[in-house]
Design a protein around this ligand. Structure first.
Ligand SMILES: NC(=O)c1ccc[n+]([C@@H]2O[C@H](COP(=O)([O-])OP(=O)(O)OC[C@H]3O[C@@H](n4cnc5c(N)ncnc54)[C@H](OP(=O)(O)O)[C@@H]3O)[C@@H](O)[C@H]2O)c1
Length: 383
């Protein structure tokens, strides 16, 4: 069995979200999933045969729902509107088959334009060959608002179903109609003297029930959450009729969250690591300082030199080799699209992993406890 395949299985004890290695043209439920199809003992290079037509390097994961999710996603947060359609198209051209988007990013229409171009030009055969994940924003947690939010996202993206819809934060805030302000952001009234967040008391169970109905209607294929801890997830499992298949968390070498991963694996929930390059995307907003820099850490640099890889590639490889089921990485720089995908043909040694594990400081850059204070509010959800 090739090492990369072994590493996925070793890191995911008991998990049903397994790496798929045989080609399949579509990403849909019951496409062809069987253990025999997924596991192979054949020796070979640490490169995955493609799940997706025309691309030999993207591994994929079979979720408990039966759907097959490409494991390297292209992230669209902080991609300028003006360049979004182009970079999404280029990402698909490079072989990405999983696009991670969110209304709060403010560029879903442009993401949709990139997808449309890829479909029209024949880069992808049909909608079913692309995995599209989006998120439910906090203003739309009440059951009567969930569908409105989804329909807006679908309309902006120009598609009629989502492969995955995730609650972006387990934090409900006052409803702002889409016709009034979209995307609404966190602050209730940006023109107020002291703009702040108006929290709402909406039980997560209510929101989850509304998402389950949308799965029943066929508008969403999988549901999940982001930015959660074990206690909240465990509670959700107690009432979920349709269990979460994917959870998305901030994970990088400064915030390794290994116990969270172990817990999710025990429940067969796939974990997507967002911000896998750590501080990089947070420095412009002053949510990270240059001294936190993961890409210039001497340990990372040293390991990168040992393997003849970039620091970014070491960080991405570390994430999948230590248990993340999926990675979502963003770049607005076309040359990095290739670099960020090229992480399968090498492996980190045990010694490399041990050295990197020592860099964990539990630092979250996307932490409401920190960024909400700027909006005169405080909800430290991770404490
Ligand atoms: N669920 C949530 O609440 C949530 C929150 C945050 C993020 N996300 C998702 O996760 C995605 C990724 O997270 P992220 O954007 O925070 O962080 P990231 O992908 O870890 O890092 C992005 C930053 O790293 C730079 N970069 C990318 N590739 C590089 C390379 N090879 N070498 C050096 N620098 C590189 C990018 O700059 P350039 O663009 O200039 O190349 C950008 O500044 C987002 O786009 C979004 O889809 C989800």
């Amino acid at each position: 069995m090739n090492f990369f395949l072994v590493s996925f299985f070793v890191c995911l004890p008991g998990i049903s979200a397994l790496v798929v290695t045989s080609p399949a043209p579509r990403l849909h439920r019951n496409a062809h999933v069987s253990s025999a199809a997924m596991m192979t003992d054949e020796e070979g290079p640490a490169v995955f045969p493609s799940l997706v037509v025309n691309h030999p390097r993207i591994p994929a994961v079979a979720l408990v729902s039966g759907d097959i999710m490409p494991a390297l996603a292209f992230g669209t947060w902080k991609v300028d509107k003006d360049t979004t359609a182009d970079i999404v198209y280029q990402a698909i051209e490079h072989g990405y088959r999983h696009i991670d988007t969110a209304p709060d990013n403010g560029n879903e229409k442009e993401v949709g334009e990139g997808i449309r171009r890829a479909l029209n030009s024949g880069l992808i055969e049909s909608r079913e060959h692309l995995w599209v994940s989006s998120k439910l924003w906090s203003t739309h947690h009440k059951k009567e608002h969930v569908q409105e939010a989804l329909l807006q996202t679908l309309s902006d993206l120009g598609i009629d179903y989502l492969d995955l819809y995730q609650i972006q934060f387990p934090i409900a805030i006052a409803h702002i109609p889409i016709s009034e302000r979209y995307p609404p952001g966190w602050v209730f009234d940006p023109d107020a003297k002291e703009p702040t967040i108006h929290f709402e008391k909406v039980p997560l169970q209510e929101t989850w029930g509304a998402l389950e109905e949308l799965v029943d209607e066929g508008r969403i294929r999988n549901i999940g959450l982001c930015n959660v801890n074990v206690a909240l997830l465990w509670d959700l499992i107690s009432y979920a009729r349709i269990p979460p298949t994917v959870v998305q968390i901030e994970r990088h070498i400064l915030n390794q969250r290994n116990k969270f991963l172990e817990f999710c694996h025990s429940l067969n929930i796939a974990v997507t690591a967002y911000s896998p390059l750590g501080d990089e995307g947070y420095i412009p907003d002053n949510l990270a300082k240059n001294q936190d820099s993961t890409l210039s850490s001497p340990t990372v640099l040293n390991i990168a030199q040992e393997h003849g890889k970039s620091c970014a590639q070491i960080m991405l490889r570390w994430n999948i080799q230590t248990g993340a089921t999926t990675l979502v990485c963003k770049t607005s720089t076309p040359s990095r699209l290739e670099e960020n995908m090229d992480i399968l043909g090498f492996e980190l040694s045990q010694n490399n992993l041990e050295r990197l594990s020592k860099l964990d400081k539990g630092i979250k850059f996307n932490d409401p406890a920190v960024f909400m204070k700027r909006m005169n509010a405080f909800l430290p959800i991770f404490d």
